[in-house]
Design a binder for this molecule. Structure first.
Ligand SMILES: [Zn+2]
Length: 308
């Protein structure tokens, strides 16, 4: 080997080593930085909003609640309340909701008071109340759904009023918002296999992601709302890898929500929506927009909001 050739070899070996070192450094710097993606900036559809009497009669009158939505970029809501007066109050405030740019989709709540939470599924007077509300409608138009209702014991999904209301929802094309476990999803869908069911929290008990996937595959009209969902984000607020994969696999099946079940959730409303915007920003923009807005708008036939 000539001295010239071995020098050339040494040179290319050094160059390769240098390139490798640079690449490693680059990858290391990237790992360390991991910049937080830009938050999602488009419209939001809040698919789990309560306007209970302690909110609208006390701390959060209509102007206050709408102000929080407007500042958060929320352009449509599923409104329901215990009792239904809060929803009707919001639905009647047409000038204010139009001015705030918020479309109201009214749902019938099954609760007149807290006692109804644990007995509605066996109580014929609840079914009668739902029929009366349906017949009356609201100032914002007919009711579009039933819920949120709770089943703390999934076996109560077979209660006579639960069966009756699932069949009613399917017959009248009403969307159901249900806070239940995964076993109750199977039971409810058995009563009305074509009903449109929004699974509140997509299982607040943290049903495994594979179980959520299996239910979405089994029931094409099932959707998941994501407030309080355990495991959705990690400590830093970043979207977990398994949920990111599930959203990418089923971009048309999820919705965001605030779940303003107590006034503290109203006080934190804007932060809740900011948190949602942060993890939505980690998704492909088209997927983020569907989960943030498009899926809810499509479910109820809402027009896209005018830019503000
Ligand atoms: Zn709720």
């Amino acid at each position: 080997m000539s001295a010239e050739r071995s020098l050339a070899r040494l040179g290319s070996a050094l160059a390769l080593g240098f390139t490798l070192a640079l690449t490693t450094l680059g990858a290391h710097a990237q790992l360390q930085a991991q910049p937080q993606p830009q938050p999602y900036g488009g419209p939001l559809f809040d698919a789990h909003l309560h306007y209970n009497d302690e909110a609208w009669m006390q701390a959060h009158p209509v102007e206050d609640a709408l102000g929080r939505m407007q500042r958060s970029g929320v352009r449509a809501i599923i409104a329901n309340s215990r009792p239904n007066d809060g929803t009707k109050t919001l639905a009647s405030a047409k000038a204010l909701t139009v001015a705030a740019g918020v479309q109201v989709v009214p749902f019938i709540r099954l609760y007149r008071n807290r006692a109804d939470y644990s007995s509605w599924f066996n109580d014929p007077s609840i079914a009668a109340m739902v029929q009366a509300e349906l017949a009356a409608g609201t100032a914002a138009g007919p009711y579009r759904g039933i819920g949120e209702f709770h089943l703390y014991d999934s076996a109560n999904a077979n209660g006579p009023v639960a069966v009756q209301l699932m069949k009613l929802a399917q017959a009248r094309d009403l969307v159901v918002l249900a806070h239940v476990d995964d076993a109750a999803i199977d039971l409810l869908m058995a009563h009305a296999p074509k009903a449109k069911l929004i699974w509140a929290h997509t299982g607040i008990g943290g049903a495994p992601v594979d179980r959520v996937r299996a239910l979405l595959l089994r029931y094409p009209t099932l959707m998941g709302e994501l407030s309080y969902r355990p495991g959705l984000t990690q400590g830093s607020g970043r979207l977990s890898a398994e949920w990111k994969a599930l959203f990418t696999e089923f971009p048309g099946r999820f919705l965001i929500g605030s779940d303003t079940w107590v006034n503290a959730r109203w006080q934190g409303y804007e932060s809740l929506m900011q948190e949602a915007r942060a993890w939505l920003g980690e998704l492909e923009p088209a997927v983020a927009r569907r989960i943030a807005w498009g899926n809810g708008a499509a479910l109820f036939g809402l027009p896209d909001p005018a830019p503000r």
